[in-house]
Design a protein around this ligand. Structure first.
Ligand code: CAA
Length: 295
């Protein structure tokens, strides 16, 4: 069945090489998914050689772990490892037909990195962004071909979360949108097409839950009480566990963006900004198991 709003599959362009900009937490996870599911070269870049090498090494390790767990054969492990490479030269993106960015959530940085890559790639190549709350239209605003820009929003942990939000801007053309939908299906994810509004759909709802949990703390309810109260919800994680999973800086950014867009409906949280600087909410043992809220 064709997903709501999806153009004809026949318009999709073939993806034969993937470029990944940013080698952080999300980029590493989806770079691995691209190489596993599409079996095409994936070239990854970050601000400098050290960050790029660290990203590539982490993906190679994940491939090795899949081999150890018996999920892939030694042949496949070798093939996938060889397909994932790093570069600090955007000219190496020239033959990519799909480039996706997951750098830090700053509009100008994203606009600039797309404008830089556009100089090298073909006019048909797709530029996708994994932004969680910036305007996808604005990210593409400095491009010669904004019709190639689409949001492609993964959820953490990428390997297990079944959804991708495909964000259509007023300029995204049918070829780009169709390529995004077919690519999501090749990655074995469900894709929904969402409007280019703050938080799209999922983060709009999550920001409510996470924001209310933080607001309870900000207004005097102890962390432990909020944590304990949210356990029986039937959600797989408490709001604080989820905030640690997505990253406290990302979480704080998501809340700020929603507060800015809808000040009467969303809170920004001073405690979350403090914790983002600290880097964690829970105290953990040497194996990383949470021992309780860090006081
Ligand atoms: N990375 C990769 N794989 C992971 C993982 C991780 N961090 N955590 C768990 N998994 C895998 C496990 O390997 C396991 O896979 P197999 O079945 O193939 O072995 C599977 O997930 C289930 O793991 P567990 O049984 O250990 O754990 P669980 O049943 O407690 O589930 C969970 C773990 C999937 C993370 C679950 O707690 C969950 O769904 N949490 C909510 C996650 C969520 O809501 N994510 C969205 C965040 S919002 C976001 O990302 C967007 C944004 O813009 C901020």
């Amino acid at each position: 069945k064709r997903p709501a709003g999806a153009p004809d599959k026949a318009l999709a362009r073939k993806v034969t090489k993937v470029g990944v900009i940013g080698a952080g937490l999300m980029a590493r996870q989806f770079a691995l998914l691209f190489v596993r599911r599409l079996q095409v070269p994936v070239v990854i870049t970050d601000l400098d050689q050290g960050a790029t090498d660290a990203g590539v090494a982490a993906i190679h390790k994940e491939i090795h772990d899949l081999l150890e767990k018996g999920r892939i054969s030694p042949d496949e492990s070798n093939r996938l490892t060889a397909l994932v490479t790093g570069t600090t030269n955007k000219a190496d993106f020239a033959d990519c037909d799909w480039v996706i960015e997951a750098i830090y959530e700053e509009l100008e940085a994203k606009q600039n990195v797309f404008a830089e890559v556009e100089k090298f790639i073909s006019p048909e190549a797709v530029l996708a962004t994994n932004t969680s709350s910036l305007s996808v239209e604005q990210i593409g605003a400095k491009l010669e071909h904004p019709e190639r820009v689409v949001g492609f929003h993964f959820f953490n942990p990428v390997a297990v979360m079944p959804l991708i939000e495909v964000v259509k801007t007023p300029h995204t053309n049918d070829e780009t949108l169709s390529t995004a939908m077919v690519t999501a299906a090749s990655l074995r994810k469900n894709a929904v097409i969402t409007k280019d509004t703050p938080g799209f759909v999922v983060n709009r709802i999550l920001a409510k839950v996470l924001g209310e949990a933080m607001h309870a703390v900000d207004t005097g309810t102890p962390f432990e009480v909020v944590e304990e109260s949210t356990r029986p919800f039937g959600l797989p994680m408490t709001p604080f566990e989820l905030l640690e999973l997505v990253g406290l800086k990302v979480g704080a950014h998501v809340l700020d963006t929603h507060h800015k867009a809808f000040p009467d409906r969303f809170f920004e949280s001073t405690n979350l900004h403090r914790l983002a600087e600290l880097g964690h909410i829970f105290e953990r043992d040497s194996k990383g198991k949470a021992k309780g809220i860090d006081k």
